[in-house]
Design a protein around this ligand. Structure first.
Ligand SMILES: [Mg+2]
Length: 161
């Protein structure tokens, strides 16, 4: 089962800290959570302007609870296949939710697929821009799925829009 995911995170150049995560499943299920382990008083000016206002009015959850909920979310259907958009940092954050490299659940892939890499290798034009919800992790995950669908249509020679 394909999952398109996105995270918002704090990056101090040495460590990454999860702020929020959004996931869209191929079967239409969606997951969104904001971490209670992140102290927004640490936020950079950029995060204060661009990310914190987009978090939404949801009850925050511990990283442990987010991990448990994601493990159940990803357990539906066949082996997960993870997709992100320029997701190298997002992938590390998702991986670290489950602990060290070797704590990763057995049978899950050790690779995140990336729509931007697929687009470049396909020679496809730039993706249509995201219309709303920039830096809300669920809106960004939905956009990543939209890019995947757009590129899948383009690759088949169909008009993607
Ligand atoms: Mg994002």
């Amino acid at each position: 089962m394909r999952y398109w995911f996105d995270t918002e995170f704090h990056d101090d150049g040495r460590h990454l800290a999860l702020i929020s995560i959004g996931v869209v499943a191929e079967d239409g299920r969606e997951y969104y959570a904001v971490s209670s382990d992140y102290d927004p008083d640490r936020a950079t000016d950029w995060l204060v302007r661009n990310v914190l206002p987009q978090l939404g009015d949801v009850e925050k959850k511990s990283r442990q609870l987010i991990r448990q909920e994601l493990q159940a979310f990803f357990a539906e259907g066949a082996r997960p296949e993870f997709w992100a958009d320029c997701g190298e940092y997002d992938w590390i954050i998702l991986r670290q939710l489950f602990g060290t490299l070797t704590d990763w659940p057995e049978g899950w892939p050790f690779l995140a697929m990336d729509v931007e890499q697929w687009r470049i290798q396909s020679g496809a034009p730039p993706f249509p821009p995201q219309q709303t919800g920039h830096h809300n992790a669920l809106a960004d995950a939905r956009h990543t799925r939209g890019c995947w669908q757009w590129l899948a249509a383009w690759a088949k020679g169909e008009s993607p829009c």
